[in-house]
Design a protein around this ligand. Structure first.
Ligand code: F0G
Length: 458
């Protein structure tokens, strides 16, 4: 490793923690990452940016050059953009799994389904632990270790816990996971176990886990790694920066994001606003947020009071990652919607299942929570909010293999069997491909192949 790994020649940015409501600047975050004056969330701001001479074309060139470097800090698709992150001093101290660097795919068949000429997906499920959480976790876990915490903790619907457990293990820290019993997919649960987390399944929902954890972190010296931790959001910003690089710094018209605890939409929106401020992009994409009908607090909040006061709900959806009724970052998300002229939409369970299969049929695949983006986009096109010639990017947040049970139930036709959605679910039949059990003979296989070929011809 060369000297360049630990010391940078370019200017290092100072950052501050500032309350999003009263604007008080906190020198150090307390355990719950809340403002000590008014209790609201904190965000990270960079007071020197206007004077630091961050030239857009110099930054773009620097970030591009780092792609050829073999240093861990440059190979990471998060730390490659470190000029827009809190400074770390010694870059050898970061915990990285080479997160980020995720692909941007064209989605021709989904574009047709949605009625668009062209559609893209930025697949954050292609991160090391299979979800977008890794981009934030590399930053916040590195801060936890720098602050000498032995324990890190989160409440989770599954992906945060998988990611946190991995980064804690890599960084030599212990991790505590609180998840709602029976509501986390096996793929995610098994990751947390394998990475060595102490995993507690609480007899409550995600919102209940969050309440318990907020008390635990006040009594015990554990570092909170939920997305109220503003360092998480700084890392998650880099997906938007990388996206703009992939688009040659020309903003798409729309970016569509799933909404759960609303950290990710807040982070992406913050990145777009900062990139505009720094002259890296000249226009803002509209950032729109899609929720499941059964877990729609932001949709209700925007529709019923214009984003002034959170309407919490008792959340229920098979897209378990976004089964959240009391989102922590709702105010940040409302600001992003307002600043980028985005909108909110909600989609039904059947619409989510259909959209997930359609994304799969483009050879990409994702977990159910990610598929709300396509389901929501179809509605936004019908409403005329998105026009057929617009450039649109779906943010796919989790990998298909995160929740194989959902996919198997879908293809076997079991997802809605015996529920009051059975009739509505008839529209899913053309997408269903249940596995076929056959005698182990050549004839049986050839017959099946011919039948399938005939079916696909018609
Ligand atoms: N998509 C996936 C796959 C997720 O895991 C989550 C959130 C979201 C979307 C929503 O993102 O919360 O930033 O609005 N998962 C969290 C977890 C809550 O615990 O894994 P958000």
């Amino acid at each position: 490793m060369t000297d360049r790994s630990s010391r940078e020649s370019n200017p290092v940015q100072t950052s501050e923690l500032r309350c999003i409501a009263c604007g008080v600047v906190c020198q150090k975050a307390e355990q719950k990452f809340r403002c000590t004056a008014c209790g609201d969330l904190l965000e990270i701001v960079y007071p020197d940016w206007s004077s630091a001479g961050l030239d857009p074309s110099t930054l773009r060139d620097l970030w591009c050059q780092r792609r050829t470097s073999k240093l861990p800090v440059d190979e990471s698709g998060v730390w490659r953009f470190r000029e827009l992150l809190p400074s770390f001093g010694d870059w050898q101290q970061i915990i990285t799994l080479r997160e980020g660097n995720t692909p941007l795919y064209e989605m021709p068949s989904c574009a047709r389904m949605a009625g668009l000429q062209q559609l893209y997906a930025k697949h954050q499920g292609m991160n090391p632990t299979g979800s977008f959480k890794d981009t934030g976790m590399t930053v916040a876990a590195s801060v936890a270790r720098r602050e000498r915490f032995r324990w890190v903790a989160c409440a989770s619907t599954g992906n945060t816990s998988a990611s946190m457990a991995a980064y804690a293990a890599r960084g030599g820290m212990r991790s505590l996971v609180l998840i709602p019993e029976g509501k986390v997919s096996w793929g995610k649960l098994s990751q947390a176990l394998d990475y060595g987390a102490v995993t507690c399944q609480l007899k409550t929902d995600f919102d209940g886990c969050m309440r318990v954890l907020n008390e635990v972190v006040q009594r015990m010296p554990v570092y909170l790694l939920n997305s109220v931790n503003p360092y998480r959001l700084e890392g998650q910003k880099t997906a938007a920066i990388e996206l703009m690089e992939q688009f040659d710094w020309q903003s798409p018209d729309h970016v569509i994001v799933p909404g759960g605890n609303l950290g990710n939409s807040s982070a992406l929106g913050k990145a777009f606003l900062e990139m505009k401020q720094l002259g890296l992009i000249s226009t803002l994409p509209k950032v729109s947020i899609i929720q499941a009908e059964g877990a729609n607090p932001l949709v209700r909040t925007m529709r019923e009071n214009g984003g002034r006061e959170l309407i919490s709900v008792k959340a229920e959806t098979a897209a378990s990652a976004i089964r959240i009724g009391n989102p922590a970052s709702w105010k940040k998300a409302v600001r992003v919607l307002q600043a980028t002229d985005g909108t909110v939409e909600q989609v039904s369970e059947v619409e989510i299942a259909l959209a997930k299969a359609e994304i799969g049929a483009d050879g990409i695949g994702c977990e159910p929570a990610s598929a709300v983006t396509l389901a929501g986009l179809k509605k936004l096109v019908k409403q005329g909010f998105v026009r057929s010639g617009d450039s649109v990017v779906l943010i796919l947040t989790g990998h298909l293999l995160k929740d194989p049970e959902f996919t198997l139930k879908f293809h076997r036709g079991d997802l809605f069997a015996g529920t009051d959605r059975e009739k509505e679910a008839d529209i899913l039949k053309p997408q269903q491909r249940a596995p076929i059990v056959l005698d182990a003979t050549v004839d049986a296989v050839i017959r099946t192949l011919k039948e399938a070929d005939d079916r696909l011809e018609t």
